[in-house]
Ligand binder design. Structure first.
Ligand SMILES: Cc1cc2nc3c(=O)[nH]c(=O)nc-3n(C[C@H](O)[C@H](O)[C@H](O)COP(=O)(O)OP(=O)(O)OC[C@H]3O[C@@H](n4cnc5c(N)ncnc54)[C@H](O)[C@@H]3O)c2cc1C
Length: 340
């Protein structure tokens, strides 16, 4: 099915994994993302001279195919094992958590593996896709299924035509683009719930005297806090990331940024005893999947449209990568998207 033109919406790790494999199999792939950079929820926010990973914190490796990929990230200097001390923190009681699997982080930031993958791909950033437009096949055309064109908020109708569209974006955002085109794909989106996460990034002039680098927090508004500056390759500034639990984030999803900030700063002080010298907050509306799935990806063969992303597997870097990678392998096994 060489030389088929595929548009991928979303340059998160699932879209990038899908594109990498498709290009390897000879497809012509164009990726579009609304952000200024790639990586989606594997992201890092810079603020003045400091910064922190405010999305994915680290990743683990189970599947052999993902292990092979992570070896490439390590060999190219874009990921490293993170030996930070991780504990469970429950009302001041600390229990050491030993993980059987290695924990890895992107280096120098969590978005490094995504940037590495993106470096050889054709990506248009600052393109918020608002609509998909299907063109009927022209009489006598080789393409019997018609073509897709994309409409972006920034550029309007884009001139390129595609044989297949992959939506590598969270389910609520995918559902908007699917619109009336496919009941099958809309139903898939409706089957999952994605939960929000309010996140605090804190810079402290004085290092916190806590005997751990990451903690799963119980019975508190935060469910995770981590000393971001402990990860390999980070700046020397003491920076922490604190993520509110899904329950708390859901209850407080409608708070204004200043209202949420006040509560997050109060919670951080309660938990660590520290006042933040500088801080940033962010609301991830679609942070993670409520219940893991085994769908992996979905292809609507009549429409020539597919879905991939963490929400079709589980909300991990590995889950998202596997979803995009396995979708690409399935598409490459089809004789011709055009003749399905
Ligand atoms: C706070 C938080 C903590 C996490 N912690 C961990 C962790 O510790 N370990 C772990 O393994 N995983 C963690 N995850 C999950 C992990 O980050 C995700 O599972 C993974 O990054 C999802 O990748 P993706 O490609 O499926 O989606 P995304 O990364 O969301 O990528 C989707 C991309 O699509 C773009 N996009 C969306 N709509 C449009 C549109 N209309 N037009 C153009 N572009 C669009 C977005 O800008 C984005 O770049 C965490 C996530 C969050 C939010």
């Amino acid at each position: 099915m060489n030389q088929q033109r595929i548009a991928i919406i979303g340059a998160g790790i699932s879209g990038l994994a899908c594109a990498t494999e498709l290009v390897k199999c000879g497809f012509e792939v164009s990726i579009f993302d609304k952000s200024r950079g790639v990586g989606g929820r594997m992201s890092h926010r810079y603020y003045q001279e400091w910064g922190a990973d405010h999305g994915a914190q680290y990743f683990t490796v189970k599947d052999e195919r993902f292990a092979e990929e992570v070896k490439k990230w390590e060999a190219s200097g874009n990921a490293k094992a993170w030996g930070g001390k991780i504990v469970s923190l429950d009302n001041g009681n600390i229990t050491d958590l030993k993980s059987e699997r290695n924990r890895y982080v992107g280096v120098p930031t969590m978005s490094a593996p995504a940037k590495y993958l993106a470096s050889t791909l054709n990506i248009s950033l600052l393109h918020t896709i608002t609509e998909l437009k299907w063109n009927k096949p022209l009489r006598g055309s080789k393409n019997k299924n018609g073509t897709w064109q994309l409409v972006s908020k920034e550029q309007g109708l884009l001139p390129q035509e595609f044989d297949h569209v992959v939506l590598a974006i969270p389910s609520p955002q995918a559902k908007v683009l699917i619109g009336e085109y496919s009941d099958q794909l809309t139903e898939t989106c409706d089957q999952v719930v994605m939960l929000p996460c309010w996140t605090l990034m804190a810079y402290l002039k004085t290092p916190l005297k806590l005997d751990f680098d990451g903690a799963f927090v119980q019975s508190h508004l935060f469910s995770w806090i981590a000393r971001d500056s402990n990860k390999p390759g980070r700046s020397l500034y003491e920076s922490w990331v604190a993520q509110a639990s899904s329950d708390w984030s859901l209850e407080n999803i409608d708070l204004s940024q200043p209202e949420a900030e006040a509560l997050l700063l109060k919670g951080f002080k309660e938990l660590t005893g520290a006042e933040c010298d500088l801080y940033q907050t962010h609301l991830w509306r679609y942070s993670k999947l409520e219940t893991p799935s085994e769908t992996n990806f979905v292809i609507d063969t009549h429409l020539n449209m597919s879905l991939c992303g963490d929400w079709l597997r589980n909300s991990t870097v590995e889950g998202a990568w596997m979803s995009g990678h396995t979708l690409a392998q399935r598409l490459s096994l089809m004789d011709s998207i055009d003749t399905l």
